[in-house]
Design a protein around this ligand. Structure first.
Ligand SMILES: *Cc1c(COP(=O)(O)O)cnc(C)c1O
Length: 456
């Protein structure tokens, strides 16, 4: 069969409130043309993020009822710990309320002025946590990973030459090396097993610990299976275990590849680091057997981890992103290629060449996408990154709209509707106006700024 169907049935539904284009013009104006200020009820298809937005399964909902809320030694913790160790056999599994809490704890152990942490690409909270301790967070993704239109199977790979140069020149300043799978900030692009192994070899040569920022580990493992020849016949579970056999620790957001609405963890092998981490955990998150989560959250994660490595699910997941990417490409929409693991990226600089970078073409496209179809994506470009610490404004390297797909939430007919909306927008792309900011906060402006269309 050619058609890849959603490998699940729908048992509970959340009705979507339909709106008209006229209503949406008013709603986005009232939200000051910032999609973060929209009420989610006014959105038809919400692709703002894939984080915490997964649909849980019957087994997860059943597991939720078994959550044991004991302060210490809850069986829910042991279910969670066992489910993590099945895939990632680290000695110490430390639950946190989200991925960023795990990053904050890691930074408290390894941070300090003058230090450098290389990564393929730091995610924004990872960068912020490291930098807050004085660490310089360096991105060393391969050059191919920076060109949206270029086809390459593993655009998330670390540039090993640059990594070795850095280790040779500044090795004494590097407390650890990190790789992010998949490379979220670089378009959800995967990292190959060969690259992970080679990064580990450099870590060994220069005696550095290796950490994996693991939010989308299952999507990455599936890409290894379908794109790295030596792994074509290896199960995803075995691929995951091999990935983690090279690591000294991991950070995780269970809001991504664990089908949970909340949660995360830090895992480590070293006893001293684990002791420091647990001490910090008690101060900031909670006792080590719940770490900022309810027993029921821990149960949902444990059940979700069993489902996320299901190869029928992963086949559907990766294929559904590729489906949208390919259809958009076919109608002439400039997209990042190949499709990533969790999101489709539209190159607004190419699609709306008449809008200058500092009139935020990707924000203009995100606004138009909402007006045309009630679809909420997010700008990743000069609106998000343009403001410099000295107050000046510089164009970002890329002007992208990200459409992040929640897991197991939307159907193929909803994807077809999205593609149709793009067809509509494509026809009148030349009429779309740029945006200007009318108010902005001191930092992280994309979340709360107010904007208006530039007068035509
Ligand atoms: C989401 C994410 C994080 C942070 O996790 P939260 O649960 O949102 O705190 C860290 N790294 C990557 C790559 C992510 O995608």
């Amino acid at each position: 069969m050619k058609t890849i169907i959603e490998p699940f049935r729908i048992k509970t539904v959340e009705p979507i409130r339909m709106t008209t284009e006229e209503q949406r013009k008013e709603l986005i104006k009232a939200a000051d043309y910032n999609v973060f200020s929209l009420k989610s009820e006014d959105v038809i298809i919400d692709l703002l993020t894939d984080s915490g937005t997964s649909a849980m399964s019957t087994k997860q909902w059943a597991a939720l009822m078994q959550g044991d809320e004991s302060y210490a030694g809850s069986p829910s913790y042991y279910h969670f710990e066992q489910a993590v160790k099945e895939l990632m056999p680290f000695k110490h599994i430390i639950p946190t309320h989200q991925g960023r809490a795990a990053e904050a704890i890691l930074s408290s152990i390894f941070g300090g002025e003058g230090k450098i942490v290389p990564n393929n690409t730091h995610f924004d909270t990872t960068r912020a946590n490291f930098e807050s301790t004085g660490i310089t967070a360096l991105d060393l993704v391969i050059e191919e990973g920076k060109d949206p239109a270029l086809e390459h199977p593993f655009k998330g790979n670390m540039d090993l030459d640059k990594l070795e140069d850095l280790l040779r020149e500044s090795g004494d300043k590097i407390p650890l090396i990190m790789t992010t799978v998949t490379n979220n900030a670089g378009g959800g692009q995967p990292v190959s097993m060969a690259n992970i192994r080679a990064t580990k070899a450099l870590c060994d040569k220069y005696d550095k610990p290796f950490f994996i920022d693991s939010c989308r580990f299952a999507e990455n493992a599936y890409f290894i299976k379908i794109r790295e020849e030596a792994y074509a016949d290896t199960s995803v579970v075995d691929i995951v275990r091999e990935m983690y056999s090279y690591a000294d620790g991991m950070t995780m957001s269970a809001k991504k590849d664990a089908f949970a609405n909340m949660g995360g963890w830090l895992a480590l092998n070293d006893d001293d680091w684990a002791e420091q981490a647990r001490t910090r955990l008690i101060m900031t998150e909670g006792f080590p057997t719940y770490g900022g989560l309810s027993g029921r959250d821990l149960e949902c994660i444990a059940a979700g981890l069993k489902e996320i490595v299901d190869e029928d699910y992963l086949h559907y997941r990766i294929r559904s992103i590729a489906y949208i990417t390919e259809k958009l490409d076919a109608i002439g929409i400039p997209v990042m290629k190949p499709g990533g693991g969790h999101a489709v990226f539209i190159d607004a600089k190419k699609m709306l060449p008449h809008i200058p970078a500092l009139q935020y073409p990707a924000q203009a496209l995100a606004v138009q996408l909402y007006i045309t179809g009630g679809i909420r994506g997010v700008e990743i470009g000069s609106f998000m990154f343009g403001r410099q610490p000295d107050g000046s404004e510089v164009a970002a390297p890329m002007e992208l709209v990200r459409l992040a797909m929640p897991r197991r939430v939307y159907t193929q007919s909803q994807a077809d509707y999205m593609i149709e909306c793009f067809e509509e927008i494509y026809k009148k792309a030349g009429e779309i106006n740029g945006m200007e900011i009318t108010w902005e906060p001191g930092s992280l402006r994309h979340f709360t700024s107010r904007l208006k269309p530039v007068d035509a």
